[in-house]
Design a protein around this ligand. Structure first.
Ligand code: THU
Length: 143
């Protein structure tokens, strides 16, 4: 059995959490009034953050987790160790289904840290998205 990878150091966790709370302040959420902040950690230790960005055509709103992920990918980063998520209720919140699937594309072993004001819950993406469908399931695998 492969041994589970070590999680982020306390200092990195602190950095992730600070980034997530900070970016949540920039959430564009005039419809739901619900703010979400996410900070994703690349395997080389770089942090990208994202907030939710809503739209008058509600279905075009995008979640904080996907904003963080696509920012990283568009800057050339594709391997990730952890994502930390905070929200305006101050309670730990789990990524939605669309975000789980999008994260799974790049990091099926991602460590998902749901941070509230008072406590953190850590769970693997594999646990949040069991029996997932991913690149390996396609006959023509991407490069
Ligand atoms: N939201 C996120 O940003 N991430 C999630 O995982 C769940 C929901 C956002 C979308 C919308 O702007 C607001 O929270 C309410 O659903």
């Amino acid at each position: 059995m492969p041994s589970p990878k070590k999680g982020p150091t306390p200092a990195t966790l602190k950095r992730l959490e600070a980034c997530a709370w900070e970016v949540m302040e920039r959430a564009y959420n005039p419809y739901s009034k619900f703010g979400v902040g996410a900070a994703i950690l690349t395997e080389d230790g770089i942090v990208f953050s994202g907030c939710n960005v809503e739209n008058a055509a509600y279905g075009h709103s995008i979640c904080a987790e996907r904003v963080a992920l696509v920012k990283a990918v568009s800057e050339g980063y594709r391997t990730f160790a952890a994502i930390l998520i905070v929200c305006s209720s101050g309670k730990p919140v789990a990524p939605c289904g669309a975000c789980r699937q999008t994260l799974n594309e790049f990091a099926p072993d991602l460590r998902v840290i749901m941070a509230g004001r008072a406590r953190k819950v850590t769970v693997s993406l594999r646990k949040l998205l069991p029996k997932s469908f991913g690149p390996e399931d396609l006959p023509d695998k991407p490069d």
